[in-house]
Each structure stands twice: as C-alpha cells, then as structure tokens.
Design a protein around this ligand. Structure first.
Ligand code: SAM
Length: 294
C-alpha cells in the first residue's frame, strides 16, 4: 500500500490543484455548511490567505501586524515538547503557525504514512517525520509557494529526507485512495471555504481505520455575514470556523467515527478585533481525533 504514494514530486512542478479548479468556476460561491444566504467571494478569500501566509513565510515580526500569534513562543504555549521543537531549524519554528497541539492524538508510529494539510513552515511535518522514522514518510501540502520554499530550505537543513512537500490544496489532493495512515491539520481546515470537501478528501486518502488528528477553530454560534466575509478574519481562520454542532455532521458524512474532541484554552489571538469576535461568537480552538471507518 505504501508504494502507491509517489515519493519524489518537485514542489515547483505541481500545479495548485484546488485553487486552479476553483478559478475556472463562478467567482461567488455559497459553500459553507451553515447554509447562509450570503455568497462568499472564494477567490478573494483565498487571495487574502495567500497574502497573509506569504508574510508568515518571510519571518513575521512585530511590524507584520498579523491577527494571530506565530513562532517558538506559540509552539511552547500550545504544548509542543520543547526537546522536539529544539531540534528543528530556527527558520521553521520562527514561521510556525497553528491553533493547537494534536500530534499526541495521532499516535504516530514507525512506518506510518502521514499527510499534513497546510504544512506551512514544516514544523508539524518535521516533528511528525521524526516520530514515524526512516521507514515512514510525511507529505505536506500547501498552496502558498513562499511557505513551501521556506519549508523546503528547512527540510534540507534538518536532513528530513522522509518529508515530501507538494504544492496543492486540501480540497483536491494529488494522492490515490487509501494510501495514508494519518491525516494532520493545524488550523488549515478553517481556512478552507469548502470544509466538507476537505473532510471528504481526508476520508478518501486514508486507509480504512486510518486516523485524522487536527487542531481547528470552531464556533459556538453562527457567525454573521460581516464576519464570514471579512478577508482578514477569514485569513485568521475565524471566518471559516465551522460551528461545533456541525462538526459531528461533517465528520459523520465524510465517513469518520470514534471522535474525540479536546479544548485548547491556551490559544489566543493577538489583535483586539479578533479576540472580540471570538469572545462574542464563542470561537475557540479544539483538537479532534477521529477514525476513518471506510
Ligand atoms: C495555520 S497554518 C499551518 C502551519 C503549519 N502547521 C506549520 O507547522 O507551520 C495553515 C497553512 O495552510 C495553508 N493553506 C491555506 N489554505 C489551504 C488549503 N485550502 N489547502 C491546504 N493548505 C492551505 C496556508 O498557506 C498555511 O501555510
């Protein structure tokens, strides 16, 4: 089964599958699970996400004016084991972003094939790669070239030969069915205007009994359209936060069971605006583990 995952795809040669396809369709789309009547401009939101993560890749500093925290301090706050983070290239950890720590929920073992949605700086991918060992491998997908370029340089520095970096989106994975043991995501599903598509892709590529382990933002209440359609709040993962009540339906529909949800009270936004919206609509970070029942 593991042989079916191709091993050497060059970052620069793979087209951005999901985004290219989306561009060919209508610009305005209504694709959220909450069935809001207002369409979102998917293209604009994806553009904003790319612009923000370009800044993240180029080492965010205090002038970057990001809504969310980044870097080594964030990893420590979320509970990443210091020894594992300490072994990684500084350029990866400095550009780390995420909303929780879920690698413990993934139960990674020697030889596992792991896929990460939105590998960004490579921090999660490199920690996972060390845990699955030389007989395992990690595939990180991300649509933002600057993120992939930074992660690629860090991969060389780390000597992480079992990590592949592909330019693609979580909505359209260049992977065959049933070829992956574990799917990871750290704040990427809430950046997608099509979470149902992302969960369906996770289910498709996982082998039966495979695990999904993610940290994501979820909302207690329905978000108003002015929040959902705000590009900056979208790029912060807030606009795309799935309602916690819809999470179970999304997972069930995609073919997952045995669901465990854990709150991440340590995650906090930087900007007052983002914090205010989270407080008002009960947006918080959770880590989720589920099993692919197919
Ligand atoms: C919160 S960051 C996760 C970073 C990563 N875990 C790390 O170790 O640094 C989310 C990442 O998802 C990427 N992204 C945004 N939209 C995406 C999509 N539709 N599919 C896959 N990745 C996406 C962003 O470019 C960004 O690098």
């Amino acid at each position: 089964m593991r042989d079916r995952v191709s091993s050497t795809i060059d970052v620069d040669r793979v087209p951005v599958l999901g985004w290219q396809r989306a561009r060919g369709r209508a610009d305005l789309r209504q694709s959220r699970t909450d069935r809001s009547t207002v369409a979102i401009d998917e293209r604009e939101l994806r553009r904003e996400v790319a612009a923000v993560y370009r800044i993240v890749a180029d080492r965010p500093d205090e002038d970057a004016d990001l809504e969310f925290p980044t870097g080594r301090g964030l990893a420590a706050r979320l509970g990443y084991p210091p020894a594992e983070i300490g072994r990684l290239p500084a350029a990866a950890v400095d550009s780390f972003t995420g909303v929780g720590y879920h690698l413990d929920l993934a139960d990674l073992a020697d030889g596992d094939v792991v896929l990460e949605f939105g590998c960004g700086s490579g921090t999660d991918a490199f920690v996972a790669a060390a845990r699955v060992g030389d007989s395992g491998r990690v595939i990180g997908v991300d649509p933002v070239p600057e993120q992939l370029a930074n992660a690629s340089r860090c991969r060389e520095e780390a000597g992480a030969a079992n990590v592949s970096l592909w330019r693609a989106t979580a909505e359209a994975l260049p992977l065959e069915d049933g070829t992956v043991d574990v799917v990871l995501s750290n704040g990427t599903i809430s950046l997608s205007p099509r979470p149902e598509r992302v969960f369906a892709e996770a289910s498709r590529v996982l082998r039966p009994g495979g695990r999904l382990a993610v940290s994501e933002l979820v909302g207690e209440r329905r978000l108003p359209d002015r929040v959902r359609t705000d590009p900056a709040l979208w790029a912060a993962g807030i606009g795309g936060a799935v309602r916690i009540d819809d999470c179970a339906d999304l997972l069930e529909t995609a073919g997952f069971d045995d669901v465990t949800i854990r709150e991440n009270p340590w995650y906090e936004f930087v900007s007052d605006r983002a914090r205010g919206v989270c407080q008002q609509y009960g947006v918080e970070s959770v880590s989720v583990r589920a099993r692919c029942r197919r």
